[in-house]
Ligand binder design. Structure first.
Ligand SMILES: [Zn+2]
Length: 200
């Protein structure tokens, strides 16, 4: 790499690897930031440092937070009897945008997959089963993707809870096959949640 442009090229390279971006937008962003380096760029750099240092998983639900327990788990106004189970933090954030759900969440951190050798112990499934017992949960809403992996995971959890008092529900049909919650608009998420169906 030519002397004098090493860091700038490296920054463009890093930004180009971010989701939804490529080399062309990365160059535009870096040029923009350099022109705003005293203000926006300095703020961005300091925020990135702070978030890298302080962000972690909520010890209860797996949401991304800056303290041990996230704001949702801390919120006394949220219903305690319902847990909405999601694959990823992005799905939790999508559901929160819709403001349709007022209970608590549980982030699995992935889907069961025989192909990728991802079993229940690799996800936060044992913690979910434990929470359902400890927190006297009456309803578990499985807001999992309509993909093969998402549905395999939903069936596994429903099976694991068979025989217990807890109601297991799933999002209504209408969530597109293979669609992940984060890509849906807020109205669709809200409708799918309101019209949820009983799985067991
Ligand atoms: Zn939490």
């Amino acid at each position: 790499m030519a002397e004098g442009k090493g860091d700038i090229e490296a920054l463009i390279g890093q930004i180009a690897r971010l989701p939804g971006l490529g080399p062309r937008s990365a160059r535009r962003i870096v040029l923009y930031l350099i022109r705003k380096r005293a203000g926006q760029m300095a703020q961005l750099a300091s925020l990135m440092g702070a978030v890298a240092e302080n962000s972690r998983e909520c010890l209860v639900c797996g949401n991304i937070t800056e303290s041990d327990i996230c704001a949702i788990c801390h919120d006394p106004t949220r219903a305690t009897g319902e847990i909405c189970v999601v694959t990823d933090v992005a799905d939790l954030w999508a559901l929160e945008r819709g403001r349709a759900f007022r209970g608590r969440y549980h982030v699995l951190g992935g889907s069961l997959s025989a192909l990728d050798e991802i079993g229940p112990e690799d996800l936060h499934i044992p913690q979910l089963i434990q929470r359902i017992a400890d927190e006297r949960i009456s309803e578990v809403i499985l807001a999992l993707a309509a993909t093969v992996e998402g549905q395999t995971t939903a069936h596994y959890i429903a099976e694991a809870l068979a025989g217990s008092d807890v109601a297991v529900t799933g999002l209504a049909q209408g969530v597109p096959i293979g669609g992940e919650l984060d890509y849906l608009d807020d109205g669709t998420i809200t409708a799918a949640l309101r019209a949820r169906r009983k799985l067991q």
